[in-house]
Design a protein around this ligand. Sequence first.
Ligand code: DAH
Length: 344
Amino acid sequence: MSDLHPPIDLADAAALSNLIDQVHAAANSDELRSIEQAHLGKDSTIVRARKALGSLPADQRKDAGRALNEAREQLEAAVAARGTALAEAEREVQFEAERMDLTEFVDYSPVGHAHIVTQAWEELEDVFVGMGFRVAEGPEVETDWHNFDALNIPKGHPARDGFDTIYVNYGPRDQEGRSNTVLRTHTSPVQIRTMLDQEPPIYVIAPGRVFRRDTADATHMPVFHQIEGLVIDRHISLADLAGTIEAFTTAYFGPGFSSRLRPNHFPFTEPSAEFDIQRPDGSWLELGGCGMVHPNVLRAGGVDPEEWSGFAFGFGIDRLALMKFGVDDLRDLFTNDIRFLSQF
Ligand code: DAH
């Protein structure tokens, strides 16, 4: 170190001020430390100068000693001042480097959510899966056999016309020119596909999209959603059906709600019923149809009616969503107006 710093006479004012300038010019703490080391530390300019005092004539020693002390004090003060300034600047740089930007730009474009029909659909699945049902699926483009014949609605049956069926231009045609391929008018054909697909016992629900030749109004849409239920097991009775509808009602709507069955007619069930839900205020909501699976339907599904029996039910998902979210026009569910949808 001392080699890099040739002897400096600190009694020389110019030499001292040059040294002090060096201190002021120190670019960083490290550089300052080596300057300090060289001129104030062990074996430094100051130490050597003090040693040199001894070789001065006695009468000069005192003044030289005082001058040296003053020079040392000035130098130390300069080092201390520069040290403080550099430390502050360096902390500033470090803080800047480690700064976290907590003022990030927030994009307020809203996060979307499931459509209310999808919400209702998924909640229904959750409730029935919780009751031990599996979810089954079937095609939206269906044969008229699955959609009608297998469900005990043969050609010429009045119920067949009642469905306002949309026929697809595919497959052979009958005498009236109708193809044998339809957009399914209900989710009931999934009953047939499930029975043909798996052995009983069967506990399935089948939510899905269905289609009818309907003009859109507040309560009708040509495309809407249903959920079908099918249970096939030994010794299944109407009591099991009523109990299942009741358990579903309280599980889905809440403890204040209950259900009732009213006699009705469907070709695919015998006996058949309509089921209604009673709200806590006492009012009734007609929800769907149900009944004991007709033996002809069991046979069409390859199930022996002597050994097995079952019940089925079906209802609209959209109406449920309307009721649940307090919407009074079915068309609002399909317009896809973001101002409407984002309310829910
Ligand atoms: N498929 C019927 C419809 O669309 C609803 C229905 C009624 C389904 C009775 C069923 C049932 O499974 O047992 O109108």
